[in-house]
Design a binder for this molecule. Structure first.
Ligand SMILES: [Fe+2]
Ligand SMILES: [Fe+2]
Length: 247
């Protein structure tokens, strides 16, 4: 950066002065768009009306913004699971935008949250072999499919090069939810439950905003626990602990 000047195009409604050395602001303002919007569009549709053709070609050629992820997911997931992930990504992006967080981050995490879900169970367990997971032996004995979220995070990191810890955590904890969940973890958890293609998605999510978000999360957690109970499934003790904290 020592050897470069930054030429900055302002977006309408955003300020900025020639205050920093090496930064020059263009006089006019430009059409409102944002890198978050572009990333979100490309993650959800592999295209964007907001960038020139050459830029889009470069993004595709270099597999930026998860361009290669969709084809891998299509090959390694059932059609229904792919549709579920895609709808969850759309919903997560929408919720993310409503509560003022990076919607492209939410879309990426939700798109990949079930990456390993349709792999053979042996493969899921082997992907998680190097990981230290609390109560791992008990999970394997009682509800081994819970490990698919950890395996999905491994795929996101190793295959798609995701380095964003928040995205990886949101993928990792969507099935074995636990205390200390952060905003993105909760967004993915909610989108996974309410995406409209799911049976549980018949329950309408309603309007989401910053003030009702935590209530929505608590309600979703309660519904998920009820679902586990109805199916006679083992529930991770951390999930029970979180539920009690949110009652
Ligand atoms: Fe899952
Ligand atoms: Fe899911």
């Amino acid at each position: 950066m020592k050897h470069a000047d930054l030429l900055v195009a302002r977006r309408r409604g955003f300020g900025g002065k020639n205050s920093e050395a090496g930064t020059l602001f263009l006089r006019r303002t430009f059409r409102g768009t944002s890198s978050t919007e572009v990333r979100k569009e490309i993650i959800l549709s592999s295209t964007s009306s907001k960038v020139p053709h050459g830029v889009l070609a470069y993004i595709r050629k270099n597999n930026l913004y998860l361009c290669s992820a969709c084809s891998w997911l299509r090959k390694n997931m059932s059609r229904a699971r792919f549709a579920h992930s895609f709808k969850a990504a759309k919903l997560a992006a929408k919720i993310g935008a409503e509560i003022g967080m990076d919607s492209s981050q939410a879309a990426a995490a939700a798109l990949l949250h079930d990456a390993a879900r349709d792999l053979p169970l042996r493969r899921i367990v082997s992907l998680t072999a190097p990981l230290r997971i609390p109560l791992k032996k008990e999970i394997i004995r009682r509800e081994p499919l819970l490990l698919h979220s950890y395996a999905s995070a491994v795929i996101a990191e190793k295959r798609f090069g995701i380095r964003d810890r928040e995205i990886l955590d949101a993928i990792r904890y969507h099935s074995a939810v636990s205390t200390g969940m952060r905003l993105l973890d909760k967004v993915v958890f909610i989108a996974d439950f309410y995406e409209p293609g799911r049976k549980t998605g018949k329950i309408k999510i309603g309007r989401v905003n910053k003030s009702n978000f935590n209530n929505l999360f608590a309600r979703t957690l309660k519904r998920k626990i009820e679902y586990f109970k109805r199916r006679g499934m083992w529930i991770h003790p951390e999930t029970v602990k979180l539920w009690k904290e949110n009652m």
